[in-house]
Design a protein. Structure first.
Length: 375
């Protein structure tokens, strides 16, 4: 799930474009937020999820952005952060609260700090109560606040474990969040009802736990009687997040394909570049599946040597022509039909499948070998 938004913010005489994306992990109901300065290409990710690192890295690549920082709002108990893995892959830096007690970060944040990305920055506000190390990140023009579990949409984080303190949380929300402009948009770390965004004014008026005339005693009594079960991943997530998401021990098994240099798109499709395909073709390690029509296969663009022709419309009936134990690269004119072929092959149980990026058009432009081409 992604919610694209872009706003212009005026700082002095400069007009700068902010890139903003809201991403979702359905397993843990966690929102990850991408913010970037279009001019410099510098970006930050707030609350990345370990299992979604491939998705996040693909989006950064497609938007031509360089990840400067990963920021966690707190030491999560329901998922493992992707901070360590993103640093391993992309060379970014990790920042989170000093009060959280985690090890392995590049920067430990305190109240009043700033995290810069290009000319833009996020202000750091300490908002403990859910945990000791909870932070709220506020965009420089105070149009957006990323509140973690401190303030949710018509709710708040629990206070019954992991250093929780209901009276401290009440003070954090009232003093550090509700004092922001009423029009400031609030983006929490989680939502379990499909809600995506709220505002300071809405929560001040309608939050049943913290808004309106709710007193500190009212709030403390409410939180004391929630009687919620502990998160299912508590025993795994908290220790891992105290290591910034680094897996325990020195060994870590990557889930990336090893048969070729492929990459994942933001849409979750494996792609291979023409030059990388040329390398493995010479070694005879891959099957080429051409899903164009017969007249295209022998037409002006020609076809890759030893390619198997199975038009897309007949692919399900022609799967027996392919060896399930060898990698398959799907090819068409531009990469569109072959992208659909990759999905169909995966649904049919093929494990090692990729799409040729740009199809035969790019293959020819980059000098790939062909047969039957009309010069």
């Amino acid at each position: 799930m992604t919610q694209p938004l872009a706003l212009t913010a005026r700082h002095g005489d400069d007009l700068r474009m902010l890139i903003f994306r809201q991403l979702f992990d359905a397993t843990s109901s966690t929102y990850t937020y991408l913010l970037a300065d279009r001019g410099s290409g510098q970006a930050v990710l707030i609350d990345p999820v370990f299992e979604q690192v491939r998705r996040d890295a693909a989006l950064l690549g497609e938007l031509d952005l360089k990840l400067a920082w990963t920021l966690d709002t707190h030491v999560h108990a329901d998922h493992v952060t992707g901070a360590w893995l993103l640093r391993e892959r992309l060379g970014c830096r990790i920042a989170l609260a000093r009060a959280g007690g985690a090890e392995g970060a590049d920067r430990l944040l305190e109240h009043g700090d700033r995290v810069e990305f290009g000319p833009r920055w996020l202000g750091v506000r300490a908002t403990p109560g859910h945990t000791d190390g909870c932070l709220t990140y506020v965009l420089d023009d105070e149009t957006r606040a990323f509140t973690g579990d401190c303030l949710l949409i018509r709710g708040c984080g629990r206070t019954d474990f992991q250093q929780g303190d209901s009276r401290e949380l009440y003070a954090s929300v009232r003093q550090q969040i509700f004092t922001l402009p009423g029009t400031c948009l609030v983006y929490p770390a989680h939502d379990y009802n499909g809600l995506t965004v709220t505002s300071i004014d809405e929560e001040r008026r309608y939050n049943p736990r913290l808004g309106g005339e709710v007193s500190e005693d009212d709030f403390a009594g409410h939180m004391r009687n929630l009687n919620l079960p502990h998160p299912k991943k508590l025993d795994i997530a908290v220790p891992a997040n105290l290591r910034c998401g680094r897996p325990e021990g020195s060994a870590w098994a990557s889930s990336e394909p090893s048969w070729a240099r492929v990459r994942s798109t933001f849409g979750g499709l494996w792609e291979i570049e023409p030059h990388a395909l040329g390398e493995i073709l010479r070694a005879g390690q891959v099957q080429i599946l051409d899903v164009r029509e017969p007249d295209e296969f022998s037409g002006p663009l020609g076809h890759i040597p030893n390619a198997v022709l199975i038009p897309l419309g007949g692919l399900n009936d022609g799967l027996a022509q392919l060896d399930r134990e060898r990698p398959v690269v799907a090819v068409c004119r531009s990469g569109s039909r072959s992208a659909r072929a990759v999905v169909m092959l995966q649904q049919a149980g093929f494990k090692q499948v990729a799409n040729l990026a740009g199809g035969m058009l790019r293959w020819r432009v980059e000098g790939g070998a062909v047969e039957n081409a009309l010069e």
